[in-house]
Design a protein around this ligand. Structure first.
Ligand code: IPM
Ligand code: MG
Length: 382
């Protein structure tokens, strides 16, 4: 990130934001990825115009498109380009498992392996997935009105570079019986650093952390619980409680309003975040940020590449646009600008515009591009 010191001084005097040059690597990826990233960049550019920042984009390939071009889902060069940037904006990777070009190969050469490799390669261990019920979309929420109550606003803090997804695995014949092994390992340092992120974020919210584990069965969960308890001592203002993952899956649909920050390990977070996204009405609304120890992060919608609707101008770009807002907030400290994007999304929803996935009676149905235009048009200083 490059600050223009003279400009900044001048702006500070005027009480305005500093001008910033932000070097963003974009990964359009596969399926609907390119069209939703395009709309997010459109909204970023408009935000840059309004607030006086410049966003520079460098595109890299990852996923199926990288397999087609280079035979691997992520090249070393692409990873290096991402590493040198200030932040990464990702659409989605992967495709139809029927696509033999991408899926009839070893697991470590499939599109999703690119995603796992970039998370690990850039040490993006903290995955923040907010699940918030927009009042405008309450009708799209599959839960009963009495369960929804005043709505919900939670953040899932998912550990992203450890656990089952990165443990050793193999499949072999044991005494003539095909046997598969996946290993689930966590060390105390991995648990501590994600717990610290969860408590930090709770301090800026309603100061409540629910740590989710399976401590009645798993050793890794028992260690998880002990370490989280230790970290909690440094945050006396935050209320900590523990919940077993099966109970959490149930509580999410029984009483979602009870959650503020959910702290959990990789696989539990993967599953629970899909569940949480569905009760917001559409997975097309959910943004996410994956961060390392510094301000560097990768921002992506929580949904997949939806190959069935790719290129049809049907995808909902809001999750990616909100991910770009998270990028401004977490990587560039541009809170006012992030607020402006979030308000623009609210305004467009209030005005009744909807993509197909969130469409309801009396609303105006729009495509991907139009939704991007509307949100960009509504970005302004508050
Ligand atoms: C997600 C996805 C990925 C994950 C897959 C595509 C590897 O489901 O980001 O939630 O499990 O992390
Ligand atoms: Mg998932």
């Amino acid at each position: 990130m490059i600050y223009d010191e003279e400009k900044q001084l001048k702006n500070d005097k005027k009480g305005e934001n500093r001008d910033m040059d932000c070097r963003i690597v974009t990964i359009p990826g596969d399926g609907i990825g390119p069209e939703i990233v395009r709309e997010a960049c459109k909204v970023l550019d408009k935000t840059g115009q309004v607030f006086g920042h410049k966003f520079q984009y460098t595109e890299i390939l990852m996923g199926g498109c990288s397999i087609d071009a280079y035979g691997v889902p992520l090249t070393e060069e692409a990873l290096e380009t991402a590493r040198k940037s200030d932040a990464v904006l990702l659409g989605a990777v992967g495709g139809d498992v029927g696509n033999s070009r991408w899926y009839n190969v070893a697991p470590n050469l499939r599109p999703e392996a690119g995603l796992l490799a970039i998370r690990k390669g850039l040490n993006l261990f903290a995955n923040i997935r907010p699940a918030y019920l927009y009042s405008q979309l309450a009708d799209a929420c599959p839960l009963k009105k009495e369960i929804i109550g005043d709505g919900f606003d939670m953040v899932i803090m998912r550990e992203l570079t450890g656990g089952l997804y990165f443990g050793e695995r193999h499949t072999s014949s044991v005494d003539g019986v095909m046997t598969a092994v996946d290993t689930l390992t966590y060390n105390e340092n991995e648990i501590r650093r994600i717990a610290v992120k969860a408590f930090d974020i709770a301090m800026k919210r309603r100061k409540k952390v629910i740590s989710v584990d399976k401590a009645n069965v798993l050793d890794s969960s028992r260690l998880w619980r002990n370490v989280v308890e230790e970290v909690a001592k440094d945050y006396p203002e935050v209320e900590l409680s523990h919940m077993l993952v099966d109970n959490c899956a149930m509580q999410l649909v029984m009483n979602p309003g009870q959650f503020d920050v959910i702290l959990t390990e990789n696989m539990f977070g993967d599953i629970l975040s899909d569940e949480a996204s569905m009760i917001t009405g559409s997975i097309g609304m959910l943004s996410s940020a994956s961060l390392n120890e510094t301000k560097f992060g990768l921002y992506e919608p929580s949904h997949g590449s939806a190959p069935d609707i790719a290129g049809k101008d049907m995808a909902n770009p809001i999750a990616t646009i909100l991910s770009a807002a998270m990028m401004l907030r977490y990587s560039f400290d541009l809170d006012e600008e992030a607020d402006a994007i979030e308000s623009a999304v609210q305004k467009v929803l209030t005005d009744g515009y909807r993509t197909g996935d969130i469409y309801g009676e009396g609303c105006t149905k729009v495509g991907t591009e139009k939704m991007g235009d509307l949100i960009a048009d509504n970005v302004c200083r508050q």
